[in-house]
Design a protein around this ligand. Structure first.
Ligand code: NDP
Length: 289
């Protein structure tokens, strides 16, 4: 097949535009209400990747005019201590968003910790109440990575309505909510996972293919319909230290109409959506206050 022109969807540019828009909206909100949106980030332990994510969130807050609070707790922090901190933040009217950086050193604590966050302040949209609203199509706080992907599709001029969408991966953080948001946009959605039969054939049906597997170069050219839009959520660290997506970019890209790169595709959008959610949470809480 001869290489055709394809669009590389520039997540950095779309993320910057989104953060600029949020910064303007934050300034207008502060002017109108005197309230500065505030995000509290809780980091337990000293995982280097988590530290980088938390620092990036802090920088994005500064950019958008959002106040940020950071609580760095030692890895051995007891669950009760963490829950007490969340209770304190839930009760503090000056805090609008609460994010506990995952994974926790004790992954068994995650369910209780997520459930303890007030749904109105749950800017990751992981609380069961918000997950339920995503199912109902009534959520105001959308999970950041899937919401970022919708924003990328919109920026690339891709309409979802009526399209065959295939999501590979069914995690609670990416795959499942992604499928729900594509459904909300009137896509016809198939969710694939490790037990799916004839995966390549199912992927080849996709007008929009979202890969959230966590395996480098998992999606190969033979799995992609010519002219499809391919969204690569994967962030995999190769032995040479380089980042690599779930899609074999060099082989797949020429078959596509549009594709996201790794890095510089989906990744930057997640934080931009977190900023939007923090403003949304502040607005909701201020209206009710
Ligand atoms: P999980 O490990 O939680 O889920 C991976 C999914 O892939 C599972 O549903 C699994 O199926 C499926 N899978 C695994 N192997 C296969 C296979 N051989 N065939 C079909 N499906 C398979 O990962 P996450 O959803 O949390 O993350 C996915 C990727 O996205 C990771 O690389 C992660 O780093 C990245 N990520 C990037 C973000 C960003 O901001 N850019 C944010 C979040 C994640 P099963 O359920 O059957 O086990």
């Amino acid at each position: 097949m001869s290489a055709s022109a394809y669009q590389i969807i520039d997540g950095k540019a779309v993320s910057l535009a989104s953060k600029e828009q949020t910064a303007k909206a934050v300034a207008a909100f502060r002017q109108a209400t005197g309230v500065q949106p505030c995000l509290a980030v809780v980091l337990v332990g000293d995982d280097p990747a988590s530290r980088v994510y938390v620092n990036n969130k802090k920088k994005a807050c500064e950019f958008c005019g959002i106040r940020s609070l950071e609580y760095a707790l030692p890895a051995e922090t007891e669950k009760d201590e963490l829950l007490a901190l969340i209770e304190k933040l839930n009760a503090d009217p000056s805090v609008h968003g609460i994010l506990v950086q995952l994974p926790l050193p004790r992954p068994g604590d995650e369910e209780a910790v997520i459930a303890a966050i007030s749904p109105q302040k749950d800017v990751d949209a992981f609380h069961p109440v918000n997950v339920g609203k995503i199912m109902q199509g009534t959520a105001e706080l959308l999970p950041c990575t899937p919401a970022g992907i919708l924003a990328l599709l919109a920026a690339a001029g891709v309409t979802v309505a009526g399209k065959d969408c295939v999501v590979v991966g069914r995690s609670n953080i990416v795959g499942k909510p992604m499928a729900m948001l594509l459904l909300r946009e009137h896509g016809t959605v198939t969710i694939c996972h490790s037990k799916t039969q004839n995966l390549a054939a199912k992927c080849r049906e996709a007008d929009i293919l979202v890969a959230a597997v966590g395996k480098p170069k998992f999606i190969t050219a033979d799995m992609v319909k010519p002219g499809a839009v391919v969204i690569d959520v994967g962030v995999n660290r190769l032995e040479n230290g380089k980042l690599c997506g779930d899609v074999d970019f060099d082989a797949v890209a020429p078959r596509t109409a549009a594709i996201t790169p790794v890095p510089g595709g989906v990744g930057p959008m997640t934080i931009a959506m977190l900023m939007q959610n923090t403003l949304t949470a502040a607005k909701t809480q201020t209206q009710q206050g």
